[in-house]
Design a protein around this ligand. Structure first.
Ligand code: NAI
Length: 343
């Protein structure tokens, strides 16, 4: 598919390409929607083979941010920046160039960290634009807050499935013991559930297992291990043709973005009697925490909204049940309703 067809498919407000060869800088910035507020989305530094590939990634991720922010009831739109990763670039020059590009949106686009970027990169950008969040001096690492939101979504899924949000005695399998997975393992373990963890990085998984009393299994086993809840906290695309039939858990709820390889996998899970809590509902804790920087919210207000991920998750399940659609489709519908009201 060519670039213009992609733009037609995703319907962004704006797609901008930037180049500053003296800094080794090339990027695509997508403002998908500002209907609810300034477009917010991370900056990803990644290897792309072409402009079309980079722009497609930015378009998909930017639309995802529009839906995540709308479903979380935030006065924020969705956007994304992708920067071509190149060897031997001066990181400071790269992020100064990127900061200047972001600044040209005059507040219609605000960025933060994503894959391949750090709070230190944001600090560099901050010297040339105020439209950057996720600074070490601001709301800080979002991971514990993302984990808290996933935990709240997990409790809601238990409530819906078993009429009780009590995790005591349940078995929860967590795939990925990184920033979010490790926080989640601690919370789930403290709630009385039995935790099983896996990570491609065996040392990381072993550390979390030792700290939380979790059992350790291999990365190959974690999806099929007997459990009540499966929590994907590693990479996207994990719910696919190869994996959906292996899952033994009754609930899937995790932090990973874009867990479904395709939308139809949500229907496959539903047919198998597995309740899927949509990723962009469950993992909104990080962006909700970002409101402290982005919107000047108090810490208490941000935390109240993170706790409310419990209610948002239940709301999605109710829409799915009443409209006879998958939970993924229901989450999209919830976001689209909020966008429609604002237009
Ligand atoms: P991270 O990079 O700290 O941790 C990911 C972990 O998954 C790593 O330890 C990695 O070794 C492991 N992993 C990768 N593939 C695996 C596999 N096949 N099996 C088992 N383990 C595997 O990332 P982080 O920050 O914990 O994020 C986890 C997911 O949540 C990512 O998909 C991220 O995009 C998403 N997310 C994170 C947010 C945050 O606040 N950090 C916010 C919203 C979404």
């Amino acid at each position: 598919m060519d670039l213009y067809s992609r733009i037609e498919e995703f319907q962004p407000e704006q797609v901008s390409f930037f180049a500053d060869d003296s800094a080794g800088y090339r990027s695509v910035i997508v403002v998908h929607s500002t209907r609810l507020g300034p477009a917010v989305g991370g900056t990803r530094v990644w290897h792309y083979d072409s402009e079309t590939e980079a722009a497609t990634d930015a378009l998909r991720l930017a639309r995802g941010m529009t839906y995540k922010n709308a479903a979380a009831n935030l006065p924020l739109g969705g956007g994304k920046a992708v920067v071509f990763a190149r060897p031997d670039v001066d990181r400071r020059e790269l992020f100064l160039a990127h900061g200047r590009a972001v600044d040209r949106f005059a507040g219609r686009f605000v960025t933060a960290e994503d894959v391949g970027t750090t709070p230190a990169d944001m600090e560099i950008m901050r010297t040339v634009t105020s439209n950057v969040a996720g600074l070490a001096s601001g709301s800080g690492d979002p991971s514990p807050f993302t984990a808290r939101g996933v935990f709240r979504s997990m409790l809601a899924a238990c409530q819906w499935t078993w009429d009780s949000s009590d995790l005591d005695g349940k078995i929860v399998a967590i795939q990925g013991c990184g920033s979010v997975g490790s926080w989640l393992a601690r919370a789930v373990s403290a709630s009385g559930a039995h935790v099983i963890v896996a990570d491609l990085d065996q040392d990381r998984a072993a550390t979390v297992a030792a700290e939380t009393g979790a059992d350790l299994v291999s990365a190959e086993e974690i999806l099929s291990v007997p459990a009540d809840v499966l929590s994907p906290c590693a990479l996207g695309g994990i719910l696919n043709d190869q994996t959906v039939d292996q899952i033994s858990a009754k609930i899937v709820v995790g932090a990973a973005n874009n867990q479904l390889a395709e939308s139809r996998h949500a229907e496959v899970l539903a047919k198998r009697g597995i309740l899927y809590a949509p990723d962009f509902i469950a993992n909104a804790g990080g962006v909700l925490r970002g409101t402290v920087d982005l919107l000047g919210w108090s810490h208490e207000k941000a935390e109240q909204h993170i706790e409310a991920i419990f209610d948002t998750t239940l709301n999605v399940f109710e829409i799915a049940a009443s409209d006879g659609i998958s939970t993924h489709e229901a989450a999209n519908r919830l976001a689209e309703r909020r966008l429609a009201i604002a237009s």
